[in-house]
Ligand binder design. Structure first.
Ligand code: NAP
Ligand code: GDD
Length: 361
């Protein structure tokens, strides 16, 4: 049985990726942080009691700032594949915590690469690189576009990108960068734009919220659907030779268009509810991210089905359900029509929203 180690398994991407790997028959090991409250909401529906002889999901406490722990984990688990999803991933927060972001999001990668090199194990390493690294480089951006990062987060990711590249070249590690553009889902953290909006729409509909305060509405982002993106991550580690790939849909609405789409899907006029607040603006913004993912299409056979309009429907429906409303239903129908069972709404999202709370020993 193939073994995978997933950092950031409690996050949006890590949770979908763990589902995909379990579905493919892997034994999955996840790194989670110690917290005084339950922080496993997104993976409760796939949690397995480690005492169960058939268990294939195992959780390990650890922190990306602690190299000794990471080295022990790599050495003891000896995974065939490592998917490094863990990071301080919020761009605006990185301006408030630049040093911490550098430590976790940048140096965390070096700690892993060193653990692999020192342990001498045969493994494949996936680094969660980001389109934020392109910053204000002209769009559309692809694997050859030079980086012009505009935030401490993006700068930490550029460092991690080059460390991954260097370990591939210097030590012949199978180590790759997936340069992923924005991808969203009902499991997206509620302080990221897409989820803040779809959750806000549902709460306004339910009468639990009156206004939605947002920052810059003029930026453009290339929005895709996360379950499709974790499939690209897996495909990248199945190739004979390691190579970096850009992954995105190529469709990049303005934030204003995204907001308008979400409110109008729910039958609301966004102008009546949205107000701008300076606190959500970034000191330096990235104006336009738009992927040229032609290499991924050609070499990985990866083709996204969901762009931002269907994405909005999926997310608003999920948040309406979470707010106790009857979803409009187009999002659910889209998922049923487009995808297989492993990331269907009812087996994934609903279970997460109904979370009962479960930790590890
Ligand atoms: P996310 O939801 O913010 O998840 C981040 C994960 O990292 C969480 O599991 C978090 O644990 C964990 N983590 C944070 N600090 C840690 C630390 N010090 N030690 C151990 N674990 C730590 O992010 P995501 O959207 O799933 O993104 C996954 C990765 O892809 C990130 O590296 C992100 O930068 C990158 N990325 C994301 C996108 C996107 O559009 N989503 C695009 C490009 C690249 P807690 O749950 O305990 O907080
Ligand atoms: N979060 C947030 N909150 N963003 C807002 C708001 C708001 O109230 N109002 C406007 N925005 C704008 C931001 O200024 C940005 O231009 C855009 O909405 C998207 O912001 P986020 O959803 O926070 O995502 P991001 O694009 O900065 O970063 C995400 O995508 C990157 C890949 O391009 C994160 O997931 C990063 O981890 C990831 O690397």
């Amino acid at each position: 049985m193939r073994k995978a180690l997933v950092t950031g398994i409690t996050g949006q991407d890590g949770s979908y990726l763990a589902e995909l790997l379990l579905h493919k028959g892997y034994e999955v090991h996840g790194l989670i942080r110690k917290s005084s409250t339950f922080n496993t909401d997104r993976i409760d529906h796939i949690y397995q009691d480690p005492h169960d002889p058939n268990a294939r999901l195992f959780l390990h406490y650890g922190d990306l700032t602690n190299s000794e722990q990471l080295t022990n984990l790599v050495y003891n688990v000896r995974p065939d594949e490592i998917y490094h999803m863990g990071a301080q991933s919020h761009v605006l927060v990185s301006f408030e915590m630049p040093e911490y972001t550098g430590n976790v999001t940048g140096l965390g990668v070096t700690r892993f690469l060193e653990a692999i090199r020192r342990s001498g194990i045969e493994t494949r390493f996936y680094q969660a690189s980001s389109s934020e690294m392109f910053g204000d480089a002209p769009a559309p951006q692809n694997e050859s576009t030079a980086f012009r990062p505009r935030s401490p987060y993006a700068i930490a990711k550029v460092y991690a990108y080059w460390m991954t590249t260097n370990y591939r070249e210097a030590y012949k590690l199978y180590a790759v960068n997936g340069i992923l553009f924005n991808h969203e889902s009902p499991r997206r953290g509620p302080t990221f734009l897409s989820r803040k909006v779809t959750r806000g729409v549902a709460r306004i509909k339910a009468g639990d919220q009156r206004k939605l305060f947002l920052g810059n509405l003029d930026a453009r982002r290339d929005y895709g659907y996360t379950p499709e993106f974790v499939e690209a991550m897996w495909l990248m580690l199945q190739r004979d030779t390691p190579r970096d790939f850009v992954v995105g849909t190529g469709v990049a609405p303005t934030i204003r268009e995204f907001v308008e789409e979400a409110f109008s899907y729910a039958g609301l006029d966004w102008k009546e509810y949205v107000e701008q607040d300076r606190r959500y603006f970034r000191p330096t913004e990235v104006d336009l991210l738009q992927a040229d993912a032609s290499l991924a299409r050609k070499e990985l056979g990866w083709e996204p089905k969901i762009t931002y309009k269907p994405l909005v429907r999926i997310m608003v429906d999920a948040d309406m359900q979470a707010a106790g409303l009857t979803p409009i239903g187009e999002g659910l129908r889209l998922l049923e029509a487009q995808f297989g069972k492993w990331h269907r709404w009812d087996t994934g999202v609903t279970a997460v929203l109904n979370h009962a709370g479960r930790g590890v020993d």
